[in-house]
Design a protein around this ligand. Sequence first.
Ligand code: FAD
Length: 839
Amino acid sequence: MNKKVIIVGGVAGGASAAARLRRLDETAEIILIEKGEHISFANCGLPYYIGEVIKEKDKLLVQTPQKMKQRFNIDVRVNNKVTKIDPENRTVEILNIVENKVYTETYDKLILSPGAEPIKPRLSGIESAKIFTLRNIPDTYRIKDYVDEAHPKRAIIVGAGFIGLEVAENLHQRGVNVTVVELADHVIGPLDFEMAAIVHQHLKVKDVELYLKDAVEAFEDNGANISVKLSSGRILKADMVIMGIGVKPEAQLAAAAGLTIGKTGGIFVDEYLQTSNADIYAVGDAIEVKDFVSGNQALIPLAGPANKQGRIAANNICGLKEKFEGTQGTSIVKIFDLTVAVSGNSERILKRNGIEYEKSFTHTASHASYYPGAIPMSIKLLFGKNDGKLLGAQIVGYDGVDKRIDVISTAMRAGMTVFDLEKLELSYAPPYSSAKDPVNIAGFTAANIIKKDSIIFHWDEVAGIDLKTGLLVDVREPQEFQLGTLTGAINIPLDEIRTRTTELSKDKTIYLFCAVGLRGYLAGRILMQKGYNDVRNLSGGYKLYHMAIATQSNEDVFDYDELNNTTQTTHAKYEAAAIKYDDAKTYTTSLGSATSSANVKLQLDACGLQCPGPIMTVFNAIKTIDYNDILEVKATDPAFQEDIKTWCKSTGNELLSVTFENNTFTARIRKGIQREDASAMQRKNNKSMIVFSNDLDKAIASFIIANGAASMGRKVTMFFTFWGLNILRNSNATGVKKDFISKMFGVMMPKGSKKLSLSKMNMAGIGPKMIRGLMNKKNIFSLESLIDQAQKSGIEFVACNMSMDLMGIKKEELIDGVTIGGVASFLGSAEESDMSLFI
Ligand code: FAD
């Protein structure tokens, strides 16, 4: 006799099982029961329909009952709900929702794929019509219609998981100001804190208000809006709320039929996906699965596993004995411009399961850094402390994250170790990767840790370092050190470490660190081979540390009443400006050659420049355009998004938008006018510097600081005295009349910026060449262009009259634009300053 199979639930797991059954058995009677209106719809695409990224409704429907009947000969019954299972008699009770009729069907085999439902906690006011959940197509239409018709100005998303953040992005895309409230200390549960920190900073850049470690306690629908009370005591007001605090397995039907329910609340199944009743299989979000890493039972609601399980259940019903070997939780999500992906266990889960692990962090470019569009991604690997077995991976970046997580998740599935990642031969050409792919680099780094080639310490251990027994050594370049370092750290750039070991006591633990971990590792190798026994390197470098210790939440951004009084939302305003701008005639001009006339718009390309390059580019360009004109600048440095926001805020310019496309950030800035009080404030914020040294490194540091301050709109005066005057000497100046002593002095001293030596490790002129080469490679402006930009930025160069006299330096020998002044001119500028530096 032909077998009769009933499937409960017609989407991911159910529809897969039905189609596979038919492919294996043309004679079986297959009935697919779905309580909703649609089958096989694209759950994962729903948020993007709300955001109008997916524009047509039809695109969400992967299959229709008619097509399923036609192609697979499956009896699909939508608007039918299975209300009871009788395992003894192998029957199900079904309610025809439209006709309100109950009927019974017999089965030989039953597959349950009822999914999971959004959790709606029993909070006061939860029934308000302004509170939504998102699971299916009707939910999606409800939300979209509300956005289209009620034009909400502010939405509160409760829960910062995958769905919550996808909805946040899509509502933001529709011009709604978005607030996210999350109970945990970080977003995206499967990420660990420090990796989520990267996401927090990105949400800030996108103007998403974020409350962490806070929970919703109650709602109150006030008619016009809804108040949301948080456990911190805050009361937020919004026009709509989306609940995204997770899902729970739809296991009631199975439980009522006496099937075993696991401790997690999911339907218990064996490795063949059979429930405690041999004729009933269960798949998808409703079941508890074996966690592939720990072997423990877990709830991991994802579309990939649901589809595969549907297929396996069908195979087993047709006699092909196939096991489901567990779920790794490999998942990926787009959060605005970022891509976040995970596979395997996080540290939190490993700790909970008592699994010993080690971890590594790497920050690598998505492809060869010399090919346009390369942008960094951060990879965290979790692996067995001794054997290096892959246990988990987390990647946050902009480009190429998807293929790296898939490579690692495949390796994990194959039981590989970090040593295997080192060996993987991965495709390479400059637009796609590097000869050492980010996955290889992650493997090298992790393998070095296990082999003890590198002893590491982590960002959360920094605060506990005792500086009596330990020494923090920043091995980055001086200009990087100037921009921020760990408290108590000394600066010995990597290239000087061999010659400056006298500064490093062998009795102390040496804690090395650099930007991302590579230079710290190299310095560690040098010191270990020089007999230092206790040398450690900060894993993930200062970049990771800095992200992790920054303020994570982004509170009190929106005032509801203020939002409501404005006719347009902040984002709608951005859009309007952007549209107006697009309509206007635009001119492309290179930096410095722009003319200042009404309606001139500038487009600048700062791609490839590192901080503070892009900001300085903006600063210089904005001076060349008129009030209300719009400047568009493109950059690839991820720090630019945050920097440009801060810069606009502090300089009174208006940031219209920052977009991200083709690995490039594009900021649009409307030139603002300085208010009276702002200029008064500005005077007190002036900066003055005495440049005494003519060491190349110190000169670079001076000009970086000066340019940075100038780009923030501060007036800067640089007072060059004694050896510092040599920086200003014009190398082409000839025929200057001087006495013999002055001539001798002039010959012995460096003639201009290109002749300067390094304060340390000069190595007969090799050191300066190396540092200049490094700056060039890293797209940091040369000293000459820093001087040039300083002049263009209006920084005042004052050459000390008295020192010039003493050293026999004449005005004609100096570069153009230098004022000759006495100490009074310095003191005058210092009085107007809140910072005076002596370099
Ligand atoms: P579902 O696909 O939910 O199907 C269950 C069906 O059973 C439902 O249609 C329900 O109406 C029906 N049903 C329940 N009880 C009965 C009954 N008694 N009688 C008849 N019918 C019944 N996963 C990813 O991997 N990647 C993503 O990007 C992603 N994005 C998502 C975005 C959203 C908005 C949502 C809601 C989910 C997303 N998921 C994603 C999760 C993914 O959709 C689920 O893991 C997957 O659909 C689970 O498949 P399932 O068959 O178990 O359940």
